[in-house]
Ligand binder design. Sequence first.
Ligand SMILES: Cc1cc2nc3c(=O)[nH]c(=O)nc-3n(C[C@H](O)[C@H](O)[C@H](O)COP(=O)(O)OP(=O)(O)OC[C@H]3O[C@@H](n4cnc5c(N)ncnc54)[C@H](O)[C@@H]3O)c2cc1C
Length: 565
Amino acid sequence: MKTVEHQLLIVGGGAAGLRAAIEAQEKIDDVAVISKVRTLRSHSVSAQGGIAASLANIEESEADNWKKHLNDTIEGGVDLVDRDAGEILTRNAGRNVIELEHMGVPFSRTDKGKLDQRPFGGHSMPRALYAADRTGHAIVYALYGENVRHETAFYDEYFVLDLMTGDNSVSGLVAYDIKTGELVVFRAGGIILATGGPSQAYELTSSGKASTGDGLGIALRNGIPLEDMEFIQFHPTGLKARGILITEAARGEGGYLRNDRGERFMKEYEPESVELAPRDRVVRGMQREINEGRGINGENYLHLDLTHLPEEKISQKLPTIRELSMNFAGIDPVERPIPVQPMAHYSMGGIPTDTRGRVQGKEEGVTWNNLYAAGEAACVSVHGANRLGTNSLQEAITFGKRAGRFAAESVRKNHAGDVDRTTVDKYESRLHSLLGGEGSVRCYELRDRLKQTMTGKCGVFRTRHDLEEALRQIHELKEDYSKLTVEDSGKKFNTELKTALELKNMLDYSEVIVEAALARKESRGSHFRTDFPERDDADWLVHSFIYRSSTGKLKRDYRPVSPGT
Ligand SMILES: Cc1cc2nc3c(=O)[nH]c(=O)nc-3n(C[C@H](O)[C@H](O)[C@H](O)COP(=O)(O)OP(=O)(O)OC[C@H]3O[C@@H](n4cnc5c(N)ncnc54)[C@H](O)[C@@H]3O)c2cc1C
């Protein structure tokens, strides 16, 4: 079997993984990035609207500073933000953006030549730095170039299956080469998981096909808890039925949301911030309009109206949005409103880490020695119960960088551990049995059923009844998964096999999302229980942690919100 060795492995080539790699390469010079898709196709590339920092560059944001950014973040996150992590994010945001600019990100500028900033929901001032509506694309390409300069090793199209672990530390991982179908063992002194979000568990989602939360499944299999998984963010403006995002910047630049009567209904729900309230509130307003029959033609979508904006503004600041809605909906937003509906977008929860990116164990206060996580896969808890737009790219950069730095420092002392034959054998036989199985169930059918369950029973509005039903259905799906067979027996680019492996992860963390949502008997941020519609600080101002115990049962535990320094 092929075995590869590096000092530090980073799983994931999105904004978090690439930023981590640059930082680590400055300290050690043997860093590898593994990605199941081509690195430059990681989901970060699709980020549109911007990246937050209180640079105070324009007149409307002159009075801005990191404390205001922190306050907005905490308020938007409905007080579930860890203050220490939030402070690190907002204090360092400006410097991190300037660094990106020096790496070559072509941020849009004001007439005076300063980096421009635009408004985003929940931010009290214009704070989003942006490169038109292609911010993620610009950032990923700049970070990739910087990695090439640093001679980072890239393993594109390798699917990471599991970690090799022992005693709260990792010695490497097992992956399979999608191009050849071969298992490959990677040994290392440390690992950073930067595997992105889990939104593909939902039917309608703005996330890329690769956002199947593999890191979350891997964490659960290794007894690592997942934190705050009940908080899934639904984005207000997905292009109807398409899974394509229409950035919040469209509202930041002055777009309106309208119902079937042409009314700007958000005025009713949020008289002050209207369309620019935090996402959870806008989505609930939209869903109520739809549920009460005021969707367009009584259907489950609404209108995003930009027709009152000058054509020049749309072309300059939202060129991709115009292009996407012309290509995928046949609508030029200069002339007609865009049909939009809420869709699953982002996970506030994830693999718990401390502010150095170190993964936290199932016992409170215990961290893993050389395992780190960053980006959307992680929960350092800067978003609390609801993330503000543009804070995620900043989180991926800030905490990716920190994870890279601290992991590099720790691997200087660690040597790559031994190959764990048991894990390798396990996956060898798993692949063998999936490929050679005689079961009757196909993965695509199971995947679609899971997506329907999550969308129908664990969406914007939740009830005990629906969540219990979701749990029952997921248990059934897991049972069916054991009868799964992969019909395509080819070795090269076997996408059916890849989907089957992703589905295992999706089933595992979806169960945790539902368990966490069922347990939290209050409404906070993106988690809204119609049977417990109020926020309840007395009982629920806590983070939830769920892990799989050695008996195979899910266990729950709650930890306090960090007060900060
Ligand atoms: C359409 C869209 C627009 C957005 N716009 C904005 C915005 O304007 N501002 C903002 O702040 N946020 C935005 N977000 C959110 C933000 O872009 C993401 O949360 C962030 O980019 C995630 O970065 P990441 O590095 O954690 O993960 P990703 O960029 O998702 O990368 C994950 C990486 O992990 C790899 N990977 C996953 N599983 C495996 C495996 N099993 N084996 C090997 N490799 C694996 C993938 O190949 C990929 O390289 C947007 C999100 C979407 C979907």
